[in-house]
Ligand binder design. Structure first.
Ligand SMILES: Nc1ncnc2c1ncn2[C@@H]1O[C@H](COP(=O)(O)OP(=O)(O)O)[C@@H](O)[C@H]1O
Ligand SMILES: [Mg+2]
Length: 335
């Protein structure tokens, strides 16, 4: 694209609903809201982490970006909105790596055939140049030429995920979405794949939306992080700032759920998992689980910038009663 827009991914006020599977035939209008007014921007060449518990809507957002599901709001990749007419151009800009490499690979096709596919789909290269590119990509993901003519079942889980990463990069996309790309792998293999993402990102020009339920993993890899809870972004900021100075009670809960991290005792003192009170329909989504909720939390909090004007970087939180100066707010007395 000639006029390169600055931001590779622009998500504006995206809301998505799924039809309730529990609803009966006659209540077919019953919908569950999964994404709630999500807006975020990913800069060129950065790695942006999206983290939150399972079921909060991370994959749904990824699918919306890939043009796989309908949604309200607007998403632009490299300045382009997905439509049936520009599907080809659009998929040149954004590619994805998913959790399960085995189901992503056709068991009857060789690694080379699978990796060549995006080039063929876009009518790129000659037979020789495609083969060359496959070998180049295999090397990039740490596999030698001999893997080209093997079948997926001859590879380990980690090797298969390397192939999927190589395949995603075959047409030099500007944005890669990695959705729980290390979550199905053994811890040590997952760590190798994380390092691989880091290495490749250092050597090639692309931005990444890295989706994971694990804040530790996201912190390791990402420049900026957004924390999602029930389909809303509740905190967003530079990785260092968010990880070392989490402001939303939910982010602190995610951190205290990571056993190996040594945070102040204060972090783990609260029994976050217990439902403390009723939900409030128009209030903060975290109200019923939050140890610090006050009456103010019965209204919906906006995502607010917490940095003072001169401060570098970014840090936003959607909370009426956030943590300040590293200290949790006073929990209100409940008689
Ligand atoms: N195709 C679908 N139809 C109905 N509900 C869905 C569908 N896909 C996801 N959901 C629901 O949307 C919510 C978010 O799912 P998902 O985006 O996969 O979460 P995450 O990736 O954060 O684990 C979940 O409650 C899930 O049950
Ligand atoms: Mg998911």
């Amino acid at each position: 694209m000639e006029n390169k827009c600055k931001e590779i991914l622009e998500i504006e006020h995206v809301t998505n609903r799924y039809r309730d599977s529990g609803a009966g035939f006659f209540s077919k209008d019953k919908m569950t809201r999964v994404l709630n007014d999500v807006s975020l921007t990913i800069h060129r060449d950065e790695i942006f982490g999206l983290v939150g518990e399972s079921g909060c809507g991370k994959s749904t957002l990824g699918k919306a970006v890939l043009g796989m599901i309908p949604f309200d709001g607007e998403i632009r990749v490299a300045g382009m909105k997905y439509s049936r007419n520009n599907r080809k151009e659009f998929t040149r800009s954004v590619q994805a790596v998913f959790q399960d490499p085995l189901s992503a690979l056709n068991p009857r096709r060789t690694i080379a055939q699978t990796m060549e596919e995006p080039l063929l789909a876009h009518g790129m290269g000659t037979k020789e140049s495609r083969r060359q590119k496959v070998i180049e990509m295999l090397k990039l993901v740490g596999l030698d030429e001999s893997y080209a003519d093997r079948l997926p079942r001859e590879l380990s889980g980690g090797q298969r995920q390397r192939v999927c990463i190589g395949a995603a990069l075959m047409i030099d996309p500007e944005l890669v979405i990695a959705d729980e790309a290390t979550s199905a792998l053994d811890v040590s293999v997952g760590a190798q794949i994380l390092n691989l993402f880091q290495e490749i990102h250092d050597r090639k020009d692309f931005a990444m939306l890295f989706i994971s339920h694990n804040l530790n993993v996201v912190y390791y890899l990402c420049d900026r992080i957004a924390v999602m809870y029930r389909g809303s972004i509740v905190e967003q900021g530079d990785a260092e700032s968010l990880y070392n100075n989490p402001l939303h009670p939910y982010t602190r809960m995610l951190l205290s759920a990571i056993p190996e991290i040594e945070k102040a005792d204060e972090l783990s003192r609260y029994a976050f998992t217990e439902t403390r009170r009723e939900s409030v329909p128009d209030g903060c989504d975290f109200y019923h689980r939050c140890p610090y909720a006050t009456d103010a939390c019965r209204t919906w909090p906006e995502l607010k910038n917490v940095l003072s004007p001169g401060e570098k970087g970014e840090h936003f939180v959607r909370c009426h009663n956030p943590v300040r100066d590293g200290k949790a707010p006073e929990a209100p007395d409940e008689g």
